[in-house]
Write a protein of this length. Structure first.
Length: 217
């Protein structure tokens, strides 16, 4: 497989930033407001990666109306703490700076809404590196990760799928990349496991952000 990539798409949570504390605190907050039992840590950690609607339905057994109300509460708190309870993974800034400096086109492809994604990227001073920030729609419509990836490729003007790669930490990222037809890099330092990334066919697996540069360049 050619490593001559010129467009690199990044997931946000678990790939660029570690937002686990904020996400889990928001889950606890939302469930408390709904007067529902808070699951144990094993279940809570399953919320790291998937879209919120999916997580509350699958892991808490909610119906559509409950999901809408709970997600609203979740985002109510997240809006306030999405930056302060978050951190860049080590070396991420340097990795982006290096790739950008080498002329690689960079974009964010995330299931998080734009109203949260952009403030996070701006808060850590990394939005300047990205040609596009492609997110889930704010109206809560169910959009697949593959669709978000496709939007990011279009926004970057990338029409040669062999020259693009998706970097993400969960199977949604790997599966979405395969659906679209681009290569994928599994970020093992994020929220997924090696077995998950291998099972879904990640083309590369890295244990630190710095290894991404070696693959791209």
């Amino acid at each position: 497989m050619s490593k001559n990539f010129r467009t690199v798409l990044f997931d946000l949570d678990g790939t660029l930033t570690d937002s686990s504390a904020s996400i889990l605190n928001c889950v606890r907050y939302a469930l408390e407001k709904m007067n529902l039992e808070i699951p144990d840590e094993t279940v809570l950690k399953k919320f790291l990666g998937p879209p919120l609607d999916y997580s509350y339905e699958k892991f808490c057994g909610m119906n559509a109306e409950q999901v809408r109300e709970t997600v609203t509460l979740h985002r109510e708190r997240y809006k306030e703490y999405c930056v302060t309870e978050n951190s860049l993974y080590d070396d991420v800034y340097g990795v982006l700076e290096r790739l950008y400096g080498e002329g690689v086109r960079l974009a964010v492809a995330t299931s998080k809404p734009e109203k949260f994604s952009v403030p996070i990227l701006e808060g850590f001073g990394i939005k300047k590196f990205f040609t596009a920030v492609c997110c889930a729609p704010a109206n809560g419509a169910d959009v697949s990760k593959a669709a978000v990836i496709g939007n990011a490729l279009a926004a970057c003007g990338e029409d040669d799928l062999s020259r693009a790669v998706m970097v993400g930490d969960r199977f949604y990222d790997i599966e979405g990349a395969k659906t679209v037809g681009i290569a994928s890099i599994g970020a093992l330092y994020g929220y997924g496991s090696r077995s998950e990334l291998e099972q879904y066919g990640a083309d590369y697996i890295v244990t630190s952000p710095g290894e991404i540069v070696k693959i791209i360049l």
